[in-house]
Design a protein around this ligand. Structure first.
Ligand code: HEC
Ligand code: HEC
Length: 387
């Protein structure tokens, strides 16, 4: 009898305990659900000042502006927009006669079908020579300043001459290109329309290409629609990913503004000093020790269309990248020092990177959010080239 009572007692305790567990799990889920639905409401309110505060490091604050829509494009005073100029720029962008072999156009490495880059680790240029950096997309490059991974071009106008003259890319002298284009009859009317007279100069070529590039912008992404009030367009994971991006994962320290980059140069531990693929990045331009291994923070708009990623195309999945950040980018000692032109240089990783302790679910949520920054591939019909 005594035995039976204690059995019943034990059983009731067990049932009570299990019930409690179940309840607290249900509670947790309800809490989680209302947490997400509250975030959903705030983030899709159309007013970013009502969003939860971003988690920023002190050194990020001076360069911070909230993520959101792309701003309106600014056309420089000495190169204002016109339809005819953008149209001429587009034709030049697709014209392989800008290269010494007449085979490589800007569009060969910046292909609209491939996210306006080439989806290769490194690009093939003149004579199938392999470049040393991953081609950047020209989508939204009107918002990038300065240009290139190391910032060596101040403006799109200045930038456009560089690949033409780069021996590994198009390998042609810009003055010779201007001469070649001037001999093509069909270009006369196009220069006339764009600039008021038909003389071809390298300056006009640069201005037209830059004008065209400023028109290559992302359309409304899922993210833009969500923050504008399409509340149900995001899944719960995407809502959580957006929140993590701005808070726990701290991506927003560097990838901010409507362009998802603060246009600063940062060292995230990718320079591979002393290895075969060593790249000193910004240092090569400024020669300042603190710039060793820094690269321009790339935009994350359209990120799923621009793989492989980083200046050296070394990452092939977004998950790998997020895990890399999650670990705080532990840079092996062996890769932190090099001797360059007789000077010992050290790579100093940004203090803004640290162990993030994101769970696997959070990593997946962050990735889901990044995917909402991509828009559909636009149908671009390559222009007919003048004869
Ligand atoms: C052989 C391949 C190749 C060709 C041809 C080429 N590019 Fe590039 N482009 C690249 C690579 C690689 C980079 C990144 C280089 C770096 O940062 O050092 C780049 C970077 C750029 C950028 C910088 C984008 C940013 O966000 O900073 C622009 C703009 C650009 N190219 C425009 C052009 C134009 C205009 C032409 C034609 C006149 C052209 N490219 C021809 C491979 C190419
Ligand atoms: C300290 C500044 C900083 C922080 C914080 C940061 N990034 Fe970056 N990010 C960079 C820089 C700089 C690069 C380019 C490095 C290179 O090319 O070697 C980059 C590259 C990337 C790329 C590759 C893009 C491309 O076009 O190649 C992705 C994706 C990315 N970051 C996502 C994230 C995510 C997600 C987070 C948050 C977990 C994050 N970043 C946090 C500075 C930062």
């Amino acid at each position: 009898m005594k035995n039976a009572v204690s059995w019943i007692f034990l059983l009731s305790v067990a049932v009570l305990f299990l019930n409690n567990c179940l309840n607290s799990k249900i509670h947790q889920e309800i809490n989680q659900q209302s947490f997400i639905s509250n975030l959903r409401k705030l983030y899709s309110s159309g007013d970013s000042s009502s969003w939860p505060k971003p988690l920023l490091d002190p050194e990020a604050k001076p360069y911070f502006s909230e993520i959101g829509h792309l701003p309106k494009m600014d056309f420089p005073a000495d190169n204002q927009y016109s339809v005819d100029k953008a149209n001429l720029g587009k034709i030049l962008f697709f014209d392989p006669r800008l290269s010494v072999s007449n085979q490589i156009a800007c569009a060969s490495c910046h292909d609209p079908e491939l996210g306006w880059c080439d989806n290769r680790k490194f690009s093939f240029g003149h004579d199938r020579q392999l470049g040393v950096r991953n081609a950047m997309s020209i989508l939204n490059s009107g918002f990038a300043k300065p240009l290139f991974w190391d910032g060596r071009a101040e403006s799109l106008e200045q930038q456009s001459q560089m690949p033409i003259e780069d021996k590994r890319e198009m390998g042609e002298h810009i003055e010779i290109v201007a001469g070649k284009i001037a001999k093509i009859k069909g270009y006369e009317i196009l220069f006339e329309k764009a600039f008021g007279n038909k003389t071809v100069t390298k300056d006009k070529i640069a201005k037209a290409i830059a004008t065209f590039e400023r028109t290559v912008r992302s359309s409304q992404s899922k993210f833009d629609q969500f923050i504008d009030g399409k509340r149900e367009i995001y899944t719960d994971d995407e809502v959580m990913g957006l929140h993590l991006f701005r808070t726990k994962a701290q991506c927003i320290n560097c990838h901010n503004s409507g362009y998802f980059s603060n246009n600063r140069f940062e060292n995230i531990g990718t320079a591979s000093l002393s290895l075969k693929d060593e790249d000193l990045g910004r240092y090569l331009i400024t020669k300042k020790a603190e710039d060793v291994g820094k690269f321009r923070v790339p935009s994350l708009r359209e990120v799923t269309r621009t793989q492989p990623w980083m200046h050296n195309g070394s990452f092939e999945t977004l998950e790998e990248i997020i895990q890399f950040y999650n670990k705080g980018n532990p840079e092996p000692y062996a890769k932190r020092t090099t001797i360059h032109e007789g000077i010992t240089l050290n790579s100093q990783k940004s203090e803004m990177l640290r162990l993030l302790e994101l769970s696997d679910i959070e990593v997946a949520q962050l990735e889901a959010f990044l995917r909402t920054l991509t828009t559909k591939t636009e149908r671009i019909i390559p222009p007919e080239l003048p004869k």
